[in-house]
Structure formats: C-alpha cells, structure tokens
Design a protein around this ligand. Structure first.
Ligand code: ZN
Length: 355
C-alpha cells in the first residue's frame, strides 16, 4: 500500500452516529460491521489521516438520513427548515458529543488523537495517529453571552459554523432546496458579529458552509481569518444554496481561504437529486472548477461522511483512493494530489488556528 495517499478531511458526522447509539459505540468505532461510512479500521485502510469531527445537535423529531434524502429524491424540492433549538436544550447534547470524541481517543489511544493546533495535527500524522479536530456545526450550544465558547475552546473546539441550516441567535443558514440560491435571509445578528470577533481572538476557524449570502458577507467583512467552507461545492455546477457562487469563491480566494469538496450526491449532481447512481465525473468537474477559481493551494476534501449519501463508486471512506485514482487519470500529478489530500488543509489550519 505504499502508494496510499493519506488525507485530511474537512467534515464528517461520525460523532452523531456514536451519540445516537451509545450502546453500539464500540462496534461503530472499533468493529468491522461495515455500517455507515466510517470506522477506525476502514479509515486506516483508506488513508484517513485526520479531519474535522462535527458536533451537530439534531432537531427534535429529526428523521433518519434515509428519510431526509427521500425528501430530496426529485427536484425541484424545498425541505422546510426546523425551528431554532434553545440553547438550554442544545448544550447538553453538544457536550455529550464532545464526550464521544474523547471516548474515541480513550478507546484507541495508539490510533487516534484529539488535536488542538496545526502542529499537533502534523505530529499526529507523523506518529501514524488519526488527528481529530473538534468542530461544531451550528452554534446553538453557545449561549447568547458567548461564555460557553471559552469552555468549548478549552475542550478543543477549533472550528465553528455559526449556523447549520436552521437559524440560530447568531445568523441564518441556507435551506435544502433545489434549484436555489444562497442569497436568502438577513445577515449576522449583533451577537453573531461578536461571535466572529471572539472566534478570531481565540483562533477558532469559522466555517461558512451552511451560511446564507448576507451572513457570509458579514463574516468576510469582519473576520481577520481566512474564509473557509469546510464541505461545499460549486453553485455554477449544482444549483443548491449549499454550494458556493463564483462571487463567494472570489471572496474565499481573496482571503487565502479554503474549500473542502463535499461528496454528497445532492451537492454534486447537476440535477440536484440525492440519487447515488452516478459516475465520479461530477466530482472531477467540481474539483477542476474549484481549482480554476481558487488555485491549487486552497482546495481539499470535505466528504460529509456519515452525513450524506455518496456516489456509488465511493460507497464509504474506502472509496477515497478510487477518487484519487480518478483524479490522477484525469491528469492531476502526485504533487497536486498531495496538496488536495492534506497539505492545503494543514496550511489552512496553520493560518487559522492559534498555537
Ligand atoms: Zn453540513
């Protein structure tokens, strides 16, 4: 396996799987059932060297991934956004999920390490451990007074999306809609602007993947850090509001930011459907486009493993080498593949995190 390309991944939802079935967590993380997209053995086999691990608080009554994807089976569609989740409800869930990340490290200390800096990520990679960086998708667990951000930062939080798609006290996200545009709803609230400033102070990367256009513009104006969309694709190729317009890609480029390619079928396919019967061709086209707009140093992976439906040729994390082979056949040389696989994310973490 000497030709295995080790990669850093901008987004996954493994913590939600663990939190949703705590009685099965040993089996999910350490077992070999092959369920879901991720487990330790498959990650090692695929070259998964590290990634952002999302804390995501589900809405009450939220159905399964299959239910959610069924709503996006045929375009046009618009899935109604759930109402805001009160801070008091969200915080214990988020703490529970942070706890799952700590449990992952305790359960496999030789193979997995929670990392709080770019240097720690590099050290874990050198030691052959998977680097886990704590991310939060939707800031409901941070109260309006922001004090909990210090707490989560102390726990290891280094990346934060002020919103998943449902609204928070900080801002507004984009709906799951096709076709659709991210130019919908108002920008950041005053608290949202304060959240951005505090993230900058603490060295917490701000993730724009679910943010609407007005909020994105506010972050672009206010933030002193690179603009990052951890798991989004190209709006010109797939017209979902979750994808980035040319204008947003230009803003990201200007800030020396980063985009992670999302593997979700519904953000790749030109028809916006969640159907999995597709070739890797759309992934190559999104990658080409991102590189054309951002340059070779600002694009990476943001799989959305365990939070999306994948193209049939990918299937789970063990399909990533297939993607690299397809990119190589498409004309990408090894130096570029290594940038896309991990070096660009590592450099972005260097620019975004403190210490
Ligand atoms: Zn997401």
């Amino acid at each position: 396996m000497s030709d295995l390309i080790r990669f850093f991944d901008g987004h996954n939802d493994l913590l939600l799987r663990l939190y949703s079935a705590p009685e099965k967590r040993e089996e999910i993380w350490l077992g070999s059932s092959g369920a879901g997209h991720l487990d330790l053995q498959r990650m090692k086999r695929a070259g998964f060297a590290g990634g952002l691990f999302a804390i995501y608080v589900p809405s009450p009554g939220e159905g399964s991934m299959a239910d959610f994807m069924a709503l996006m089976a045929h375009a046009p569609f618009e899935v109604p956004l759930p109402p805001p989740i009160p801070h008091e409800k969200a915080q214990p869930v988020a703490l529970g999920m942070a706890g799952q990340l700590y449990w992952m490290e305790r359960a496999a200390p030789d193979d997995f390490a929670i990392c709080r800096s770019a240097a720690a990520v590099r050290a874990a990679l050198d030691a052959g451990r998977i680097a886990g960086v704590m991310h939060m998708e939707g800031a409901e667990a941070i109260g309006p007074d922001l004090d909990a951000l210090y707490l989560f930062h102390a726990l290891g939080l280094r990346s934060l999306g002020p919103v998943w798609s449902r609204p928070t006290v900080f801002g507004h996200g984009v709906p799951f809609k096709f076709p659709g545009d991210p130019d919908i709803g108002p920008g950041l609230t005053d608290r949202g602007k304060e959240l951005v400033r505090l993230c900058n102070q603490l060295g917490i990367m701000i993730d724009l993947s679910h943010m609407n256009r007005a909020g994105f513009d506010d972050v672009a104006r206010l933030s002193t850090a690179p603009l990052v969309a951890t798991h989004s694709n190209v709006h010109a190729l797939c017209r979902t509001p979750r994808n980035l317009t040319d204008r947003q890609l230009a803003q990201i480029r200007e800030s020396s930011g980063m985009v992670g390619l999302n593997f979700s079928t519904s953000f790749l396919r030109a028809d916006g459907m969640a159907a999995t019967d597709m070739t890797l061709d759309p992934m190559l086209r999104h990658m080409d486009y991102l590189i054309e707009k951002l340059g070779e140093d600002h694009v990476g992976l943001g799989s959305d493993f365990d939070g999306c439906t994948l193209p049939d040729p990918i299937k789970d994390v063990t399909g990533v080498p297939t993607l690299f082979r397809a990119l190589a056949d498409h004309g990408y040389d090894n130096a570029l593949l290594v940038k896309l696989a991990r070096d660009n994310w590592l450099d972005c973490l260097d620019r975004s995190l403190k210490g």
